[in-house]
Design a protein around this ligand. Structure first.
Ligand code: ADP
Ligand code: MG
Length: 449
């Protein structure tokens, strides 16, 4: 008997909505039913992970991450495994991705960019000192907590992404190599610390410029630019910032600035506060057991699900919509392009799904249905591969549902276009609360005088 009330349970965690989908995993909201604590759980395919010979490295990195408590690194609480999956339970971060800020408000002021960059370097430097390299520093792994503190995710999981790479699976989903150091692209074997610092340099550039230092629609041309560090700083960068970025984005790793030298750089030092953190006494039995060759079945957790829409609790709703605003038909914050969007509906869940199915079909999407979820798979090739959209219906109250559309593959701008079209077809499904007016595809609450 499941006591989850319409949700999937894994061990003592109740799984909620998907927070994001990455190249090799899904991240879900979850709640510890014993303590009420909210967490994020990263779910990986066990077979993919264990098939390879890097178990020792993954085990070592995950173990190290469990020991780290750094204010700028997302904490890893525990790992679990079922017959087919690995679950990494981690700190839930609710402020969104750092780059959402740029997407919505444009580039940052130099002082703000420096603050985030200092957080980033703190995290990276500390993990390096413990022998853990990131190797996949990119915007999606830079999250903000509720207080606007930068938290780096996926430290200690680099071995996982590397494997998938070897496998060829990351081939299309890996996305752009815009943040990757030249020596990594070259694949000649490299120093993880230097490579991470390069990525930090690209991130700093983007924060201050609002665009990428290296970009080209042709992959080979992009590589060439990266190999030569062929970029130029916009005029609004201060001279000292320009100098520093040049030292970080040095294509030769042996002359590239080190983190130690970076930390004593005048530009970097301004307003710098060294982090305060602790290391803890942590039990590593869970890590050891899931990577055990002769798997002890009693250690395995089971996923149990019920065939009805997931119920959202208030906290989840708030963490979902960044300030509870059910009236927002399609979340669209001043022109920002997000890879997920939501609307509210008063129709029964099944009806909502059938309508979406009926609208998406003629738009050129194959529809797969499972429980209260739909997968829409685009038939056209698209700029970054076929557009794929995951849809899920959540129960807010028995007569109010929230529908989420999330891009799981493809180009964000194409997704943006897609939801413009589908929102037109779904007008009668969407619930427009009293006192709201429609402006284009947006609903704003009328301000009372
Ligand atoms: P990626 O390869 O894009 O980093 P991940 O599987 O690591 O993919 O995560 C997918 C998305 O899930 C992230 O981009 C982020 O938006 C969200 N996410 C990841 N970890 C957390 C967390 N601890 N708290 C909240 N959201 C998270
Ligand atoms: Mg990530």
């Amino acid at each position: 008997m499941s006591v989850s009330g319409g949700r999937t349970r894994v061990g003592r965690y109740e799984l909620g909505r998907t927070l994001g989908e990455g190249t090799f995993a899904k991240v879900k909201f979850a709640r510890n039913v014993d303590t009420g604590e909210n967490v994020a759980i990263k779910i990986l395919d066990k077979e993919k992970v264990l098939k390879h010979k890097m178990i020792a490295q993954i085990k070592r990195e995950i173990s190290t991450m469990k020991l780290i408590r750094h204010p700028n690194v997302i904490r890893m609480y525990e790992v679990m495994a079922s017959k087919t999956k690995i679950y990494i339970v981690m700190e839930l971060v609710t402020g969104g991705e750092l780059f959402d800020k740029i997407a919505s408000r444009g580039r940052l002021k130099e002082d703000d960019a420096r603050k985030y960059f200092q957080h980033l370097i703190n995290a990276v430097d500390y993990c390096h000192s413990r022998g853990v390299y990131h190797r996949d520093l990119k915007p999606e792994n830079l999250l903000l907590d509720a207080n606007g503190i930068l938290k780096v995710s996926d430290f200690g999981l680099s071995a996982l992404s590397q494997q998938v790479r070897e496998d060829g699976l990351l081939h299309t989903t890996c996305g752009t190599p815009n943040y990757v150091a030249p020596e990594v692209i070259n694949n000649k074997g490299y120093d993880g610390a230097k490579a991470d610092l390069w990525s930090c340099g690209v991130i700093l550039f983007v924060l201050m410029a609002g665009y990428l230092p290296f970009e080209d629609s042709n992959l080979m041309s992009l590589y060439k630019k990266i190999f030569k560090a062929d970029f130029s700083c916009p005029s609004w960068f201060s001279t000292s910032a320009k100098k520093l970025i040049k030292k970080i984005l040095d294509p030769n790793p042996s002359t590239r600035i080190t983190i130690a030298d970076l930390i004593s750089n005048e530009w970097f030092k301004k307003g710098y506060q060294p982090p305060r953190f602790e290391t803890a006494d942590v039990n590593l039995d869970d890590v050891n057991s899931i990577f055990n060759e002769d798997e002890d079945q009693t250690q395995l957790v089971v996923e149990r699900r019920e065939e009805r829409p997931s119920v959202m609790n208030a906290f989840e709703l708030i963490s979902t919509s960044q300030g509870l605003n059910l009236g927002t038909l399609f979340e669209k914050q001043s022109g920002s392009v997000k890879r997920e969007t939501r609307f509210a509906s008063r129709l029964p869940a099944n009806e909502i799904l059938s309508k979406i199915e009926a609208v998406a079909g003629p738009m050129g999407f194959n529809v797969q249905k499972r429980n209260y979820k739909l997968k829409l798979q685009g038939e056209n090739p698209g700029r970054k591969g076929q557009l794929a959209i995951a849809t899920e219906v959540f129960e807010v109250t028995p007569s109010l549902y929230m529908v989420e559309l999330r891009k799981s593959n493809g180009d964000t701008l194409e997704f943006h276009k897609f939801y413009h079209s589908i929102s037109n077809g779904l007008k009668d499904v969407m619930w427009k609360p009293e006192g709201s007016i429609v402006e284009g595809d947006e609903i704003r609450h009328r301000r009372s005088p």
